[in-house]
Design a protein around this ligand. Structure first.
Ligand SMILES: [Zn+2]
Length: 486
């Protein structure tokens, strides 16, 4: 059984929706919700009772006292921390349960949170959190930024470590996870999210900055403690301090450089496995088209491909698939291969927290149109992030970029673009071309009049050089589609 513990201090504006989302879970097992009344003077307790949810009182003020009281009142095996100003997706508890089942070594499962009304800097914060946690995994072997609103652990472990430490900094987040990590592994599930109110960030900027540095200093102290640097080396003269600063800045610069390289450069493998070319024998090359279907251009290309008896690979945008489902069906009928290129083609897709949902939406659109589920995925603009690549792997896709491309800016002649591609052509190469532009149609850069003439020139020239055209799955020797589970 699972107990969800929700501490509450004057939460009348939030508690009802929170409890509705918790009562509405699709988790099939037994679970209870325990709200801890931490001295409310508003209608919170009344609302909780009216909703038929268990209410426990805790007179000692403070969130860790309340969490402790809630945990003590629970008879469940698993305690889940939740917050009253937060909404939980229906699959939340099921996902936590699956994580525990999949990780028998786990002491705790740490999820994360997003803002229900994201401030402008929210995505930067989400990214920093994930980067920080990956870094922390690497250095400390566990996540560092834990959300108090999304943490689950075995009650026996809480008992073993002596409960919440009321005096500690960040007692229901950093402190509890640090101590739990001594009895088992903390699994970080960056895709288990909940939506919290903006209350926690509706504070002056200096408070946010101060808290950030406080966190940072805790992290630094932990690393220093771990490496057990003797005191004598830390108390050097001014030169030593500045050298230390220099080294830290240098490491920072290298890190930023590496992250930018991983994110912006399509072929960079530092965040995980990506395919940019194949090793199939012979003089073979794969033509790929992004951002379609976009009529009439896509059908013109398909006509030409059919006439030449060539198969290509099309990385489709989900929103466009819904506009032109017949074109998608024709691709499958012609033996061309379809890849997933997200639903909305957001330029900074990889940084987004729920990026994989956009991929799933595209997958659904393609499946509804043509009855296939692509195995190949290509991110918009070739931008990648560690968590996006992780999601790709877990969901059973492979990430396909390219080795040959040309700038397709408006006004460039088909001949010069074709020339550029032909010059860069090598056996095993993957050629990037576009039959569309994002989700645009009928205007601006979506007018792809130059694509077909360019393709004709490329095919003619490469054919005369003895190239054979294959699909990306044939080039990489992988399957084109995932099994459709009914
Ligand atoms: Zn694209």
């Amino acid at each position: 059984m699972i107990s969800v513990v929700v501490p509450a201090f004057n939460e009348e504006n939030y508690i009802r929706e929170c409890l509705e989302s918790l009562k509405n879970q699709d988790y099939a097992g037994d679970y209870e919700i325990i709200v801890v009344d931490n001295g409310c003077t508003d209608k919170t307790a009344q609302i909780v009772q009216d909703m038929g949810v268990r209410l426990v009182r805790c007179l000692k003020k403070g969130v860790s006292h309340a969490r402790q009281a809630g945990s003590e009142a629970s008879s469940a095996e698993i305690i889940v921390q939740a917050d009253a100003d937060t909404l939980y997706p229906r699959w939340w508890l099921s996902r936590i349960w699956e994580q525990f089942r999949g990780h028998p070594e786990a002491a705790a499962i740490a999820g994360t949170f997003i803002y229900s009304h994201p401030p402008w800097w929210a995505y930067a914060e989400y990214s920093l959190r994930v980067i920080f946690n990956y870094l922390s995994f690497w250095v400390l072997g566990r996540p560092f930024i834990i959300s108090g609103a999304n943490l689950a652990f075995y009650k026996k472990h809480l008992v073993k470590i002596g409960g919440y430490d009321q005096s500690a900094y960040s007692s229901d987040q950093f402190n509890i996870s640090t101590r739990l990590s001594k009895v088992g592994k903390i699994i970080y599930d960056s895709r288990s999210w909940c939506a919290t109110s903006n209350r926690s960030v509706a504070k002056p900027i200096y408070v946010i900055v101060r808290d950030f540095f406080r966190h940072l200093s805790y992290f630094a102290r932990h690393i220093l403690n771990r490496s057990k640097v003797p005191n004598s080396t830390r108390s050097g003269n001014a030169w030593k301090v500045s050298r230390k600063t220099l080294i830290i800045s240098l490491i920072g610069l290298i890190l930023v450089g590496l992250l930018s390289y991983g994110y912006f450069i399509p072929a960079s493998p530092i965040f995980g496995k990506v395919y940019v070319k194949g090793t199939a024998p012979g003089k073979v090359i794969a033509l790929t088209f992004d951002d379609g279907p976009n009529e009439p251009y896509t059908s013109q290309i398909l006509d030409f491909m059919e006439e030449q008896d060539i198969q290509a690979t099309f990385f489709l945008v989900g929103a466009n698939v819904e506009l032109f489902p017949d074109t998608v069906r024709r691709m499958v009928a012609d033996g061309d291969v379809i890849g997933n290129h997200t639903y909305s083609h957001n330029a900074n897709h990889a940084l987004e927290f729920n990026a994989y949902r956009d991929i799933q939406a595209a997958q659904q659109a393609i499946f509804e149109a043509a009855g296939v589920k692509p195995h190949l995925y290509r991110p918009p603009h070739g931008k990648k992030s560690p968590w996006e690549l992780q999601a790709i792997k877990e969901e059973g896709y492979i990430e396909v970029l390219w080795s040959i491309s040309t700038s397709e800016l408006n006004g460039k002649s088909p001949a010069s673009m074709a020339d550029d591609i032909v010059k860069k052509a090598r056996p095993g190469g993957i050629v990037l071309m576009h039959d569309g532009y994002g989700t645009l149609h009928g205007s601006g850069r979506a007018l792809k009049e130059s694509t077909l003439p360019m393709v004709k020139l490329v095919v003619d020239e490469l054919k005369s050089q003895g190239y054979h055209f294959v699909t990306v799955p044939d080039l990489l020797n992988v399957s084109a589609y995932n099994k459709v589970v009914p």
